[in-house]
Ligand binder design. Structure first.
Ligand SMILES: Cc1ncc(COP(=O)(O)O)c(C=O)c1O
Length: 368
C-alpha cells in the first residue's frame, strides 16, 4: 500500500540514488507523477499542436482545477477564483469590502505567516488596522480569540501554523467570531491536502490557499474561496477582461463584473502552474485526505512517541536547543531533506515517509 502510494510522487534525486527521506512538505511538497504529466498533456501539447487554439483546452484545465478544489472542500466550484498566491487573494478581498467610516480592525495571531500581516500593514492606516494576538497566547485556544472579538471586524485564522505546527479549531473560533459579527477569513496554505476540510461546516467568509505544500502542486497555483451569497456585496479593486461577465464582449465602454468568483480575476490568467497543481490535487483526492492524515498521524507518533499531536498539523516542529547541530548532522547522514531555522528543526511527514525513517527520527530526537 505504502509503496504504491510512493510511486505517485517524484522524490528529488531518485534517479541518481541520492534520495533520503523528504521532510520538506511544509516548504514545497513533492512533485507528483500526474502533475508532471499534466504539464505536458494539458499545457504544452495543446500549445505545440494548436498554437492559439490551445485556449479552449487551457480554459477547461482552469475549470478542472476549481472542480478539483470543489471536491476537496465540498463547496461550489464557481465560488473559487485562481490567484497567484494567498497574499494577493487576501489583499483583493480586503479591498473589495464595502467602505466603512472607521478603520477595519483585523485580528490575527502573531505566529500567522508574516506575509498575511504584511498585506494588512501595507494598506492605508486610515482604512485598516492590524491587531496581533501575542505569541505567548495559544493560537488554538478559542477563548484567546474570543477576548479580541469585541474590538475587531475581521479575524484571520491560520488553519495550520508553519513555524509551530499548531492546528486551529476553525469551526469553534468561527462560531465565537460570528456571534460577535466578526468576519472570518482562513489561511489553509499548510492544511489543504492534509487535514480534511468541509467548508459548509466552517461558516466562514473567505478562504485563501495555494497548492505548494500538502497539495503537491508547485508554486503559482493560488486560489481564494468566497461564498456565492457574498459575491454581489464585494467590489474588487482590480478588473480586466477575464473578470468581465462576458470576457469576449470587447466593448471598452461596458464593464460588468462576473457574477462568479471570477470577478476576482483580472487580465489573462496564468495556466501552466494549474496543470501541475491539478495533478497534485487529483493525486491527493485519489489517495484520500483522510488516508493522508491518518498516515501522517501514525508517522508523527512513531517519530515522537508520547507527544500529543491532536492540535498539530503535519509537521513535527522540534526546538532542538543545544542538540540542533548534532541532530542536523544525523539528518544529513540520512541524506534527508529537512529544514532548520535557528534551533528549530521542522520535519514534515507525508505518505512517502516509511516507518523505518520515522523510527530513525525518533532515535535521533531522543535526548541522550
Ligand atoms: C501558513 C502560510 N500562509 C501563507 C503562506 C504563503 O503565502 P503566499 O502564498 O502569499 O506566498 C505560507 C508559506 O509558507 C504559509 O505557510
Amino acid at each position: 500500500m505504502i509503496t504504491s502510494l510512493r510511486e505517485k510522487f517524484i522524490l528529488p534525486g531518485q534517479d541518481s540514488g541520492d534520495n533520503g527521506p523528504y521532510f520538506l512538505t511544509h516548504s514545497i511538497g513533492l512533485m507528483t507523477v500526474k502533475g508532471r504529466d499534466y504539464l505536458s498533456e494539458h499545457y504544452l501539447t495543446p500549445w505545440q499542436e494548436k498554437g492559439g487554439d490551445a485556449w479552449p483546452n487551457w480554459m477547461t484545465l482552469l475549470d478542472r482545477f476549481t472542480g478539483a478544489l470543489s471536491k476537496l472542500t465540498g463547496v461550489r466550484e464557481d465560488e473559487f477564483a485562481h490567484q497567484p498566491n494567498l497574499s494577493a487573494g487576501l489583499y483583493k478581498y480586503l479591498l473589495a469590502l464595502p467602505c466603512s467610516d472607521d478603520p477595519l480592525k483585523i485580528v490575527m495571531h502573531a505566529s500567522a505567516f508574516p506575509s498575511m500581516g504584511f498585506v494588512v500593514s501595507a494598506l492605508p492606516s486610515e482604512g485598516y488596522e492590524l491587531i496581533l494576538i501575542p505569541e505567548d497566547k495559544p493560537a488554538h485556544d478559542p477563548q484567546v480569540w474570543e477576548a479580541y472579538f469585541d474590538n475587531a471586524d475581521i479575524a484571520l485564522i491560520t488553519h495550520v501554523h508553519s513555524m509551530t505546527g499548531v492546528l486551529s479549531p476553525v469551526e469553534e473560533i468561527a462560531r465565537l467570531a460570528k456571534s460577535k459579527e466578526v468576519k472570518v477569513l482562513v489561511d489553509v496554505a499548510q492544511s489543504a491536502g492534509l487535514i480534511p476540510i468541509h467548508l459548509p461546516n466552517w461558516g466562514v467568509d473567505a478562504v485563501f490557499g495555494s497548492c505548494i505544500k500538502w497539495l503537491c502542486g508547485g508554486p503559482g497555483a493560488g486560489w481564494m474561496w468566497v461564498p456565492a451569497a457574498d459575491l454581489p456585496k464585494l467590489t474588487p479593486i482590480t478588473a480586466g477582461w477575464f473578470s468581465h461577465a462576458n470576457p469576449f464582449e470587447f466593448d471598452i465602454r461596458n464593464f460588468e463584473f462576473s457574477e462568479t468568483a471570477k470577478k476576482f480575476w483580472d487580465g489573462t490568467p496564468s495556466v501552466a502552474p494549474y496543470a501541475m497543481a491539478l495533478g497534485g490535487i487529483e493525486t491527493v483526492l485519489d489517495i484520500g485526505v483522510e488516508t493522508i492524515r491518518a498516515r501522517n498521524l501514525e508517522l508523527l507518533k512513531l517519530a515522537r512517541p508520547g507527544f500529543d499531536f491532536r492540535q498539530n498539523g503535519g509537521t513535527l516542529c522540534y526546538e532542538a536547543g543545544a542538540r540542533a547541530d548534532k541532530i542536523e548532522n544525523e539528518l544529513k547522514s540520512m541524506k534527508a531533506r529537512y529544514d532548520r531555522r535557528g534551533d528549530l528543526i521542522r520535519l514534515s511527514l507525508h505518505v512517502t515517509i516509511t516507518d523505518d525513517q520515522a523510527n530513525r527520527v525518533a532515535a535521533l530526537l531522543k535526548p541522550a
